[in-house]
Design a protein around this ligand. Structure first.
Ligand code: SR1
Ligand code: MG
Length: 394
């Protein structure tokens, strides 16, 4: 087979992905390779290349110059591939195998070649199928604590931190979140999508100025608080799992933002399971509780090693944790609402076949979302949050 080498950006095909796998030295010329495009996300091409004899596989991810979910009418920078590869490498230095290994990246071709995770399952799909994944919250709590602490001013020299802020400046992807998470669902925007039966509930939301004021404050935090390098899109579709492994993928939305954002997005995506799942809810509630507990214990442990004088001042750690907790709850509320009536929905809710059940679950997400946003400063512990979530899932 002729091995061609791409010099300028063009979308890969299954054939050119095979050529790339050879060109970057992962497989020898002459190896019998198969390739399948397996991308089912909103934005990118994902190729799975396998060497037939050894069974060895790799993933080649390529950013398209537009948002795949909408099409070429929504142009989108391929810079996000550089951000993603850089974030994976940096995160790996703090969390090891909790993220995939990057074998090769090429920003001009918008390509990241990485570890094959095809033996694992996307957490959202696995949870919908009733799997409980006992390691999930230990691992995500650790991922959150390590990535958020070690990229913050509490851990880094200020020059290094500002270098990272520049390196991970990600305006176009941030704009997607600013619009799709914080603005569009709260106004009558064209991007919203919801069943006609929810029109009354949605109108009520749009008319609720208390909610809007609180979302404005949360959006301001997202826009202005460059506290730590966030994953930026930490939902259960960005996590591969089995009972022994957890791998966080897809940090193309990475940028410097408020610590509570990643935590809140993850918690909200577990809340969808608590509300939507016909099965046992307690194991998922346990994951919510344990994520926060592991995060705060691990973050506090790292804090003791900080060189920053203020980290020795009594009450400062407690302040940072309390602020992050309240923000997490508010951001979780925004995620609950945007995944219910915004542009990008979640299978946890969409896969409920019975229409009345589905509408009931969606109304619960909308009402809980509002409550989380408005009451975030009055929910004082993770146990109180669980009690609230339970009350919306009965
Ligand atoms: C156009 S992108 C829609 C959503 O998919 C991504 O995974 C992010 O969550 C984004 O908001
Ligand atoms: Mg993604």
């Amino acid at each position: 087979m002729a091995i061609t080498k791409l010099n300028t950006y063009q979308p890969l095909t299954e054939q050119s992905a095979i050529s790339m796998a050879v060109n970057v030295g992962i497989f020898e010329d002459g190896s019998l390779l198969t390739c399948e495009e397996i991308g089912d996300g909103n934005l990118n091409l994902v190729f799975h290349v396998v060497e037939r004899d050894s069974g060895k596989g790799i993933i080649i991810k390529q950013a398209l110059p537009y948002a795949k979910v909408v099409g070429e009418s929504w142009p989108l920078t391929i810079e996000r591939a550089r951000i993603e590869a850089g974030a994976l490498n940096l995160q790996r230095s703090f969390v090891g195998d909790l993220v995939p290994e990057v074998y090769h990246s090429d920003p001009s071709l918008a390509v990241t070649v990485m570890e094959d995770l095809s033996s694992l399952t996307i957490a959202r799909a696995g949870l919908i199928n009733g799997n409980k994944y006992p390691r999930l919250s230990d691992d995500i709590g650790t991922f959150l604590a390590n990535t958020l602490y070690f990229t913050s001013d509490y851990a880094l020299h200020p020059f290094r931190k500002k270098e990272y802020v520049k390196e991970f400046s990600n305006p176009e992807l941030c704009k997607i979140t600013e619009d799709l998470v914080f603005t569009d669902p709260f106004f009558n925007s064209e991007t919203n999508e919801f069943e006609e039966e929810l029109s009354g509930d949605v109108q009520q939301l749009w008319d609720d100025f208390t909610v809007k004021l609180e979302v404005a404050k949360l959006k301001k935090s997202f826009l202005t608080e460059g506290e730590a390098l966030l994953h930026g899109d930490l939902h259960t579709g960005s996590i591969f799992v089995d009972d022994q492994h957890t791998k966080v993928i897809d940090p193309e939305f990475a940028f410097y933002g408020p610590i509570g954002f990643d935590i809140g997005q993850f918690i909200a995506n577990l809340i969808f399971q608590v509300i939507a799942s016909p099965g046992e809810k307690e194991p998922i509630l346990h994951h919510i509780e344990n994520t926060w507990n592991v995060f705060s214990a691990t973050f506090s442990k790292h804090w003791k090693e900080s060189g920053d004088a203020y980290t020795k001042v009594n009450g400062y750690l407690e302040y940072v944790l309390e602020k992050s907790f309240q923000d997490s709850i508010g951001f979780a509320g925004c995620e609950c609402i945007r995944r219910t009536i915004g542009l990008a929905h979640v299978d946890d809710l969409e896969s409920i076949e019975d229409k009345e059940q589905r509408l009931k679950a969606k109304r619960a997400c909308l009402n809980l979302g509002k409550k989380l946003i408005v009451n975030r400063k009055h929910i004082l512990s993770i146990e109180e949050l669980l009690t609230l979530v339970r009350s919306y899932s009965e």
